[in-house]
Write a protein that binds this ligand. Sequence first.
Ligand SMILES: [Zn+2]
Length: 331
Amino acid sequence: MPPLIEVTHPKGIYLPEADLWLDPHFGVKRAFVSHAHSDHVARHDLTFCSEITHQLMVARKTAKKSGTVVSPELREVFEWEGWELRLLPAGHIIGSAMLHLTRKTDGATLLYTGDYKLRQGLSAERCGLMQADTLIMETTFGLPKYRFPPLREVRAAMHEFVEQTLVAGAVPVLLGYSLGKAQELLRALHGLGVPVMVHPSIAQMTEVVLPHLGELPEWRLFDAARAQGHALIFPPNAARSPELRRLGRCRFAMASGWALDPSAKFRYGVDEVFPLSDHADHPELLETVQIVQPRRIYLVHGSTREFAAELRSLGHDARALGAVDQLELLF
Ligand SMILES: [Zn+2]
């Protein structure tokens, strides 16, 4: 068996042999960026990411002053120095990718999941895992209590919420992050026959990925004067905007995996919560390990220590990597 590919965590995930950082939060020489969420604002000399992620980073101006960006086709082998590099769909949000590396001298392999889920959503390509000797995986929902209900049940409950709110003469407002969750919500409302209005930040992201999204309901930019009779999709941070308050009676629903926590409604200050998540739940995390069959597992984000202990009890070489990123828990 070839020696494992070395993984370190000086202040982010780093592969010293390839001199490659994985989703670093600061500027580096060479980086892999798994998806276009949040804070990858730093300039990297060389960035590997999917083509859609690149387009989204340009739209969000996070790639404005970036150096060279290389976007290999998903699933294609990309030869790079002494490595074979593959981007695999991660199923997290549109454009999200995992990184699979093979060291050409001896065939040692590594898979970095980034944020991912195995369930098939409506707005992201289905996740495609590959066997690897070393697995670096996210464990945002790494506790056994996190088991998401079937997606069709969640969508049916959201439809009911929208319809009942409209019947009651109020405006339904679904809350979800502008990139990823908002497009999933938009897709989920297709077929309901209710027109949708979206916040400007959501309209901007949706326009970028429009050619890659499937069928959408009738949707337009939010206009307070004409909002009655529509379902609204807003990012959580805009839920208290004065424009919404002027609409009169709104009912708010948050779409998040944290909806499984009993206090979620209270914590988000909303009328309803729906457990619609972009992340793998606990059964999916275990399934991932079964499919990838790694010799060593590194865990990042969320319940890393707890899930590492569980994996060790099942006979795996598993360890938490770096500090728990509390910011991840907010969404
Ligand atoms: Zn993400």
